[in-house]
Design a protein around this ligand. Structure first.
Ligand code: AMP
Length: 312
């Protein structure tokens, strides 16, 4: 651990001394900062912009892994000043979902983010993000995009996602925001929100990072037992087989779906959906074309996993 990250971790573990030394913005050695309030963020962004920097934001729910960190790498390629937000957003969790047990380790996240070159970590409390309780303004498209796929089994999920992302955009006013293709529907809805509302932010989507055996990295993988971890490969296996079939000339949506669903009809895997759809509208396609998207979701034990791939 470098001196810079050690200082950052110490601040998070015990905010009192650092807060006394720097009441507005907690500055850690090397210039990297941890902010807990929107006011601190605005001040840090104002200073970065005054220095002529292009601002990037990487929104996350923390428990960072290599997938998140490649988004930081990408952000550093396209901007000069990079912020990572770490916020487990209660608005996007439904009743009975894993909000309470969602994995959290802020000191580790701060160390990883700064180790990868982030300039600021924003780790607000729920009260800081939602001082007036749950916002009543909603920006979810009304045409069904948010009700398909993950939206079908997680009612209100994307309303929660788009609300927090809109607020983060309002707080950071980033020039660019980087998201992962791992959450394809989320990224598509965010692009749509930005487009519909003319938000002045470029949305950048980076490829999914996987383990060597194909499992997509996810904070939720920590829930998996060794046995479940092996069963979880059904998702990426189905995507790979269907992609191979498409490459061999099969374009029938039903045939490709059957491959995705077949791979997930395995013991210990409870399929939620296996779909082939249009990348822009998210509506199912009868005939797949290059650029169509395949997505899968399943429960392995108590853990809900998702994955997707774009057909080439
Ligand atoms: P989360 O913390 O799960 O909300 O994810 C935060 C961001 O990281 C989202 O834009 C995700 O799409 C992205 N992300 C999560 N897992 C991966 C992965 N395996 N590869 C690339 N990006 C990812």
């Amino acid at each position: 651990m470098s001196a810079r990250t050690a200082a950052a971790v110490a601040f998070v573990a015990d905010p009192a001394p650092a807060a006394e030394a720097a009441p507005l913005l907690s500055v850690v050695k090397g210039g990297a900062r941890v902010a807990e309030t929107r006011a601190e963020v605005r001040e840090a962004v104002r200073a970065a912009r005054a220095a002529g920097k292009r601002i990037a934001l990487v929104p996350t729910m923390g428990y960072l892994h290599e997938g998140h960190l490649t988004l930081v790498d990408r952000a550093r390629e396209v901007a000069d000043w990079v912020a990572v937000s770490v916020f487990v957003n209660p608005l996007q969790f439904g009743p009975g979902e894993d909000l309470a047990r969602y994995p959290r380790d802020l000191p580790r996240d701060v160390e990883l983010a700064f180790g990868r070159g982030a300039d600021l970590v924003f780790a607000p409390s729920v009260e800081e993000m939602y001082p007036h309780g749950e916002p009543r303004v909603t920006v979810v498209p009304e045409d069904g995009m948010a009700e398909r796929l993950c939206g079908a089994s997680r009612p209100g999920h994307f309303r929660g996602v788009l609300t927090v992302v809109a607020k983060l955009f309002g707080t950071f006013t980033p020039d660019v925001a980087v998201f992962g293709q791992k959450d394809f529907q989320q990224a598509t809805l965010i692009r749509r929100m930005v487009d519909d509302l003319d938000l002045p932010v470029a949305v950048d989507v980076a490829p999914t990072v996987r383990e060597a055996d194909g499992l997509a990295l996810s904070s939720r993988n920590v829930y998996l037992s060794a046995d479940e971890r092996a069963r979880a490969l059904a998702l990426s296996r189905g995507l790979r087989r269907a992609a191979e079939l498409f490459a061999a000339g099969e374009t029938d949506g039903g045939a490709l779906r059957a491959v995705l669903r077949g791979a997930m009809s395995a013991p210990g895997v409870e399929m939620e959906y296996g779909e082939v759809f249009d990348a822009r509208t998210l509506a199912p396609v009868a005939r797949a074309v290059p650029g169509s998207v395949m997505a899968v979701a399943a429960r392995v034990g108590r853990t809900r996993l998702i994955d997707n791939a774009v057909l080439a």
